[in-house]
Design a protein around this ligand. Structure first.
Ligand code: GRF
Length: 226
């Protein structure tokens, strides 16, 4: 007699692309340990073979690959596509991936590739966001998860978390507060995308429902201690 194995709901096969320490990657991996989470982390790919995040991914039992982007963007992206295809990847999460992707690559993953950026976009696209937020005197700072478009740090905004800027903040202190919010926000945003609860209409995100627990795409986060 053949017995059919009980199958859970199908989970979207997700790759995480990193370049460094991989703390957001770790938050996504942790969220996906829940069998009810709508995405599974099927692989982690790094643009640097020495990225600390690769060790964390291996320790979590996730398959890893490193692609040297110094070989040139065309060859590197071809290698990346081959890894994604070999793992049957359906969604891509950029998490501290420090390489600009070509418009062709971005187009192939249109509305299937998301990124986290450490500011409330469209403010402070680019680097040194915490320093620039302090220089600008903003009172709220935060992070954004968005669909990736060819222009850096642009694309339909899926979710944002805001944190207060406090008197005496340094870029490091403010950055640590934002990072804690990133680790909460990114798993929530990936869950919305993986469960098909968000779609893009005229380059804006539209949500199919608002969950009863108020767990919506905009989150005001005050991490403990402030
Ligand atoms: C995070 O601040 C993320 O928002 C930005 O790069 C940083 C990556 O940190 N894109 P980690 O590698 O996830 O710890």
């Amino acid at each position: 007699m053949t017995r059919r194995r009980e199958q859970g709901p199908s989970r979207r096969r997700t790759a995480i692309l990193i370049s460094g320490r991989g703390s957001n990657m770790a938050a996504l991996i942790e969220a996906a340990t829940d069998p009810a989470y709508p995405a599974e982390v099927a692989m982690v790919l790094s643009s640097r073979a020495s990225a600390a995040g690769l060790d964390k991914a291996r320790a979590a039992g996730i398959g890893t690959a490193a692609v040297d982007y110094k070989q040139g963007i065309a060859a590197a992206e071809a290698a990346t596509e081959a890894h994604l295809a070999a793992h049957g990847i359906d969604l891509v999460c950029l998490a501290g991936f420090m390489r600009l992707l070509s418009p062709d690559f971005v187009q192939r993953w249109h509305d299937r590739m998301i990124n986290i950026h450490p500011s409330l976009l469209p403010s402070f696209a680019g680097l040194n966001t915490h320093h620039r937020a302090l220089d600008a005197g903003v009172k709220l700072h935060g992070c954004t998860v968005h669909y990736v478009r060819a222009q850096m740090d642009s694309g339909p905004i899926i979710a944002q978390a805001a944190v207060p800027v406090l008197a005496g903040d340094t870029p490091d202190a403010l950055g640590a507060r934002v990072l804690a919010a990133e680790h909460i926000l990114y798993p929530k945003a990936l869950a919305l995308v993986a469960a098909d609860r968000v779609r893009v209409v005229n380059e804006l995100c539209v949500f199919s429902d608002r969950p009863p627990d108020g767990d919506g795409p905009a989150v005001l986060v005050s991490p403990p201690g402030i």
